[in-house]
Design a protein around this ligand. Structure first.
Ligand SMILES: O=P(O)(O)OC[C@H]1O[C@H](O)[C@H](O)[C@@H](O)[C@@H]1O
Ligand SMILES: [Fe+2]
Length: 189
């Protein structure tokens, strides 16, 4: 039997950086078609800000093993919509996931394939359980980076297709200085 080596790393709780992790950067240009307000999107694209960064420690895609990653989701809006991660189902759709809030303010939108949505607020210390089959997207509703940890099965994979195409049935927006979760006018089942 070949055993893998255990690993302990310290997440920087201020920056979200995991030393030695693989870094992924997503800019606004990587989120084309994701925001409802296309004019606001085009305008902000001139700056093309970084929307989020992911620091991932991933294993081979085998069942039984686990990956973990931090995400640093920057504050910002496209029109009324707060910055968010793309959001995905798992390629192996029955794989669950755990998120843990580290810094900043935000939440998670979750959705079943039929479009039943849930919004869960996240603060430092919040644990979110993502059940099997639910798509999930995180949203920064604050004015500082929203940082969280995620732990997920190594063979879960990311299925972006249907969210990239149809989005979520709900939007998280700012209106009159308040955070609101409203129906997505472009949602179609
Ligand atoms: O993959 P996205 O929907 O863009 O979300 C960004 C990332 O968020 C978390 O860190 C998850 O653990 C990652 O698996 C995911 O890649
Ligand atoms: Fe996931």
């Amino acid at each position: 039997m070949e055993y893998k080596n255990p690993l302990g790393v310290d997440i920087n709780l201020e920056t979200g950086v995991i030393p030695g992790a693989k870094k992924l950067v997503r800019r606004l240009s990587d989120l084309k078609g994701y925001f409802v307000d296309e004019d606001a999107y085009s305008e902000l694209l001139k700056e093309n800000p970084v929307v989020y960064e992911v620091y991932a420690v991933e294993q081979e895609e085998k069942d039984g093993d686990l990956n973990f990653a931090t995400t640093v989701l920057y504050p910002g809006k496209v029109g009324k919509e707060f910055f968010f991660t793309k959001g995905h189902y798992h390629s192996k759709a029955d794989r669950a996931e755990i998120y843990y809030g580290i810094k900043g303010k935000g939440g998670m939108l979750l959705q079943t394939p039929e479009g039943k949505a849930e919004w869960i607020e996240m603060r430092p210390g919040t644990v979110v359980y993502v059940p099997p089959y639910w798509a999930h997207r995180t949203v920064n509703t604050g004015d500082e980076p929203f940082i969280f940890l995620a732990i997920y099965p190594a063979d879960a994979g990311h299925d972006y297709g249907s969210i990239a195409e149809k989005g979520f049935s709900k939007l998280v927006i700012e209106e009159n200085g308040e955070v609101k979760v409203v129906d997505n006018p472009r949602w179609k089942e």
